[in-house]
Design a protein around this ligand. Structure first.
Ligand code: SF4
Length: 343
């Protein structure tokens, strides 16, 4: 097996899903009660695609990342649904197979590089450990590969013997990305990878991730609370609220024609990295307690256009308003019915 960085075809291929998540359900069993953190979530990611998941803190997006890589720990439990990667059933894979599967096919970059990196091991040790755990290569070959990876993420390979505390925050996050790239995975899950960084470094890292993705042709599940960042970076976006996906669409459509009132508000909650200044609206109120989520539409207590007599009682399903755009809001029911007639 190669330890070289593989340059794959760059076409965004929608004929087969690389990752398919269907009706995923995750609960946290707490003393206060059962928290339905992820409630019937479905989405797919195609080869060479960036799929973004956005939503406020606590909406379930990071729980999804941990669930599909089987990194959830009690009191969190997957209680339903499926997640397949290129047809392989991740949720029912045995532990041995899973160990080989992670890094090899799916790698993860978490928010805080300082938490992901071991403070008492050098960068060289941390990268070569991952390579040697999965590949039959000598220490010398693994070190060569580590140098190459550092170069790929824009770090001078002469820093290979540095320890995490000797690097800046941006460099540490680049090291974590280098480790994620080590085995040429087809999918990298990035969970708030730039949130802990200042806005200038954040922009640099995003540009670098974009270049690496173009060069090596992996797919990305990019998770963030910052929708404006996602719109600039993703091919498609799923918006999460209170454990559910409430809208999915190509990122351009989320930007120009968001259908769900929550998405519209979320779009207005962050300044864009580039683009004109504008007044930010924010979203009044707070996300609901997922032990006892609101009845009907979970957003109804915060929704400025809530329909009395309907929204608090009837849960809206995700409805297709075009071939690529779906929203879970009673306001799109007519548009969805029109589309269904035409489709
Ligand atoms: Fe607002 Fe009703 Fe739509 Fe929910 S279903 S977002 S409460 S209008």
């Amino acid at each position: 097996m190669t330890t070289q960085t593989v340059e794959r075809a760059r076409a965004y291929d929608t004929t087969r899903a690389l990752l398919k998540v269907s009706n995923l359900e995750v609960e946290y069993w707490t003393r206060r009660g059962v928290v339905r953190a992820v409630d019937g979530v479905s989405f797919e990611i195609y080869p060479n695609e960036v799929f973004g998941l956005a939503g406020e803190s606590g909406c379930g997006k990071s729980t999804i990342a941990h669930a599909i890589t089987r990194l959830l720990k009690p009191p969190a439990y997957i209680v339903g649904g499926e997640a397949t990667f290129d047809g392989a059933d991740i949720l029912r894979m045995d532990e041995d197979k899973l160990r080989g599967f992670r890094w090899e096919h799916i790698a993860i970059v978490f928010q805080s590089a300082m938490n992901s990196l071991n403070p008492v091991l050098s960068i060289r040790e941390q990268i070569t450990d991952v390579i040697q755990m999965h590949r039959q290569v000598s220490k010398k070959e693994a070190t060569e590969r580590a140098r190459e990876l550092l170069q790929v993420v824009g770090i001078d390979p002469s820093r290979i013997n540095s320890y995490p505390h000797q690097l800046s925050g941006g460099m540490r996050q680049r090291v974590v990305i280098a480790i994620a790239l080590a085995l040429n995975p087809e999918l990298i899950i990035m969970d708030e990878p730039t949130t802990a960084l200042d806005v200038v470094v954040q922009k640099q890292i995003i540009d670098e991730i974009r270049e690496l993705k173009e060069r090596f042709g992996f797919s990305i599940l990019f998770i963030t609370h910052d929708l404006s960042l996602l719109v600039e970076f993703s091919d498609r976006i799923g918006i999460m609220y209170a454990g559910e996906i409430i809208e999915t669409a190509p990122s351009r459509e989320v930007f120009t024609n968001p259908k769900h009132p929550y998405t519209q508000r979320l779009m207005n909650s962050f300044p864009t990295i580039s683009g004109p200044r504008q007044a930010l609206l924010g979203i009044p109120g707070s996300p609901p307690d997922l032990i006892t989520p609101p009845t009907g539409c979970r957003f109804h207590p915060r929704c400025p256009v809530m329909i009395q007599g309907l929204c608090p009682q009837v849960h809206p399903e995700l409805m297709a308003v075009s071939a690529s755009h779906r929203a879970a809001c009673h306001l799109v029911a007519e548009e969805a019915a029109d589309y269904a007639k035409r489709a």
